[in-house]
Design a protein around this ligand. Structure first.
Ligand SMILES: O=P(O)(O)OC[C@@H](O)[C@@H](O)c1c[nH]c2ccccc12
Length: 393
């Protein structure tokens, strides 16, 4: 990684934060192609010193140099999109922008991309990108890193799932604290996250999942914090749309024990880096897949312990619990057993038959929101979902 264009030097930023991200002392780029691009740019892009020297000696207008830098930034974003597409990722991470003035290069021939989001997942991802930029200004990464040093230790999310599975003989339950969703609207009017979390814990949940997205799920980081400080013992999954390492640090400071990484929006290299950050911070990571291709990608990434199979497409909202079975058949299922990974069956589970169905398919855990959060008494909701009391077996 040496020899990169510096992220910042002499108090003046040469490239935008979207190009380079700092994790500890290591500067990383957002994509595999980015690694190649780093080399390309580092050999071509002048240092700030050189830029200034050139400007002074040649009298070149600084705006033209800035435009060159803008072109490079834009091109890198385009390369990143190409890489994501090559991995079967349909979600574009940012709205397409027109090439900067004076651009000539490999993307000239590219067909025009529609500039409105093509589905809800893409819309959420675009919004998240801006939201995170705003949040970063209030809470810079350096401050979060300091806060993490003094944060209480995390709880063992994966261990809690394994223990509950052994104890009950059922898939371990990750019970979701969820007020609303774009597909189902408001699920519970009088929503008290702490009360719900405590009821889930009494009902035998192994872990909890807490939606922190405000705009689309009416969740919040304050819910995560409140549940944590109310003395709930279950490990907590921060249910977010992670597109930036900063969000992982932030989740850790707010009491998360695990985070969600959605394969539909992250490249393999991003998942790899984010897993490393999770490990460094003592967090578990639930890597979510929805189709065969994403499952294949997840199996090729080193260090994944928990894979979630979402039965709901985040692009179309279609729910089909046979997705869990399909993705666990054949070679993928064999590799999962061989690696002793825990598979979590996610979404659309309502009855003891549903639980039995995904268990027979091979899951050791389930992630359930709607069917239990909607009940007047979520504790009883859990017993209804499993067909028996799973709190003391
Ligand atoms: O409410 P359900 O159908 O039981 O689903 C829970 C959970 O699987 C779902 O909320 C979910 C799965 N993956 C996500 C990613 C983002 C937001 C939400 C989700």
């Amino acid at each position: 990684m040496e020899g990169l264009v510096p992220v910042q030097s002499a108090g003046q930023r040469l490239v935008s934060p979207s190009l380079y991200r700092c994790i500890g002392s290591v500067s990383i780029r957002r994509s595999v192609s980015g690694l190649a691009m780093d080399r390309r740019i580092s050999s071509k892009a002048p240092s700030q010193f050189t830029i200034r020297a050139q400007q002074e000696s040649l009298g070149v207008a600084s705006s033209s140099v800035e435009n060159d830098v803008r072109i490079k930034e834009w091109e890198v974003d385009m390369y990143q999109n190409e890489l994501a597409i090559s991995q079967g990722i349909r979600i574009r991470r940012k709205p397409p922008t027109k090439a900067p003035l004076g651009y000539s290069g490999p993307f000239e021939l590219r067909l025009h991309n529609p500039d409105s989001p093509s589905n809800i997942l893409e819309e959420i991802t675009w919004f998240k990108d801006q939201e995170v930029s705003r949040m970063k200004e209030v809470n810079p990464l350096e401050a979060l890193k300091k806060a993490v040093e003094n944060a209480p230790p995390t709880r063992d999310f994966v261990g809690a799932l394994r223990m509950a599975h052994q104890r009950t003989g059922f898939p371990a339950l990750i019970a979701e604290v969820k007020k609303a969703s774009p597909s189902r609207g408001i699920l519970k009017e009088n929503f008290d996250p702490v009360e719900i979390a405590q009821a889930y814990e009494r009902g035998g949940a192994a872990c909890l999942s807490v939606l922190t997205d405000q705009k689309y799920f009416k969740g919040g980081f304050e819910n995560l914090e409140a549940i944590r400080s109310a003395g709930v013992k279950c490990p907590l999954l921060c249910k977010e749309f992670v597109v930036d390492p900063w969000q992982i640090y932030y989740a850790r400071t707010k009491g998360a024990d695990a985070v969600l990484l959605i394969a539909a929006i992250l490249t393999d290299l991003e998942i790899t880096y984010l897993l490393k950050i999770c490990k460094k911070l003592g967090l578990a990571a639930l890597v979510e897949v929805h189709d065969e291709r994403e499952m294949g990608r997840a199996l090729g990434i080193e260090g994944i312990e928990l894979v979630g199979i979402n039965n709901r497409s985040l692009e179309t909202f279609k729910v089909d619990i046979s997705n869990t079975k399909t993705l666990l058949e054949g070679e993928h299922g064999r590799q999962i057993r061989e690696k002793d990974m825990i598979v979590v069956g996610e979404s659309g589970l309502f009855t003891p038959d549903d639980i039995a169905y995904v268990q027979a398919a091979g899951v050791k855990a389930v992630l359930v929101g709607e069917s239990i959060v909607k009940q007047n008494d979520p504790e009883k909701g859990i017993a209804g979902l499993f067909g028996r009391n799973i709190s003391q077996t």
